[in-house]
Design a binder for this molecule. Structure first.
Ligand SMILES: *[C@@H]1O[C@H](CO)[C@@H](O)[C@H](O)[C@H]1NC(C)=O
Ligand SMILES: *[C@@H]1O[C@H](CO)[C@@H](O)[C@H](O)[C@H]1NC(C)=O
Length: 304
């Protein structure tokens, strides 16, 4: 009798555990087919200087017109931003905080965290730049922790990871890890914050500050032991203008609808294929993501 009761108790406990509904993402970043595709085999729409948004056409240092939640709602899944220390606090600023101050990194990340909580089947990548070499454990990690993003950040089993080795988007979402964080400088030498990953060991980039609208493709920034074709890659698809011949380079919203058109983006991607074993770019980084057809171009590259 006693034995039967114990047995029944154990049986019902086991039964309850195994009959819990299994959390499984069936739509990943808006598409069922992405759940079974490796993170490294998807093209993501990116917002260059995502924090530098302003609807004021006279704000010459802006690179976006709409705010972060709006960018994300337009389909942006890579957020790029440049960090500078201002009065001892990490801010996202364009070249200099006097030119464009996008506020603290912590506030920015908190905004993104709020969006992530409201959008549980979405996966984001950050590519942040660290030109002043701010400390990973003392400056970057506290901002990620305070914003709530740190527990969502994926730590790969090895660094660098080959393009073909990343888990599927479904596996990542099921594990609760919904963010990948790349930093351009610092994470190669300091691995003390495991989720902050060295960008160029895993992602190569085309040149920046391009003023040639045909976007000739070349490998501009790359690092680490992996072959070029084992890296993911990003096309820096923003066209700059030499401001009234002054040599000052600014981004130009007037050209953005052409630059961000399907024709221009697909031509840039095609120009890179000889360097990437025929693969499409992983990241298409745009200024003024609300103009043109960025998402349409990315969907075509993804064949969805
Ligand atoms: C994903 O793989 C397919 C098939 O090999 C390829 O055509 C496509 O370009 C790849 N995309 C990326 C971003 O790797
Ligand atoms: C992309 O281009 C811009 C200038 O157009 C440059 O500031 C930036 O560093 C480049 N790379 C990234 C990752 O944003």
């Amino acid at each position: 009798m006693k034995f039967t009761l114990v047995f029944l108790a154990i049986f019902s406990a086991v039964h309850q555990v195994s009959s819990l509904p299994q959390k499984r993402a069936t739509v990943c970043n808006g598409h069922a087919e992405f759940c079974d595709r490796s993170y490294g085999n998807i093209t993501y729409l990116g917002a260059h200087d995502s924090f530098a948004f302003s609807s004021d056409p006279l704000a010459l240092a802006r690179d976006q017109e709409v705010n972060i939640p709006s960018q994300l709602n337009l389909g942006v899944r890579l957020l790029q931003a440049q960090a500078h220390v201002k009065d001892g606090v990490l801010h996202f600023c364009h070249t200099d905080c006097i030119l464009f101050d996008g506020g603290t990194v912590q506030n920015y990340l908190t905004t993104v965290h709020t969006w992530l909580l409201a959008n549980p089947n979405e996966f984001l990548t950050f590519i942040f730049t660290n030109p002043e070499g701010a400390s990973l454990p003392d400056v970057w990690d506290p901002a990620f922790q305070a914003s709530g993003i740190a527990p969502l950040a994926y730590v790969p089993p090895t660094v660098p990871m080959k393009q073909s080795d990343w888990p599927t988007l479904g596996e990542l979402l099921d594990s609760g890890k919904r963010v990948i964080v790349f930093l351009d400088a610092g994470a190669d030498t300091d691995r003390s914050v495991p989720y902050i990953l060295p960008e160029f060991e895993m992602v190569w980039e085309t040149p920046f500050s391009v003023t040639d609208s045909s976007f000739p493709c070349s490998v501009d920034r790359i690092a680490g032991p992996l072959a070029t074709t084992d890296h993911m890659y990003m096309i820096n698809h923003s066209l700059n203008k030499n401001l009234l011949g002054t040599g000052i380079i600014v981004s130009d919203p007037i050209d953005a609808s052409t630059t961000n058109g399907v024709t221009s983006i697909l031509a840039n991607a095609a120009g890179c294929e000889p360097l990437s074993a025929g693969r499409a770019p992983n990241f298409v980084l745009l200024d003024f993501v609300n103009l043109g057809q960025g998402l349409q171009a990315v969907n075509q590259l993804n064949r969805v």
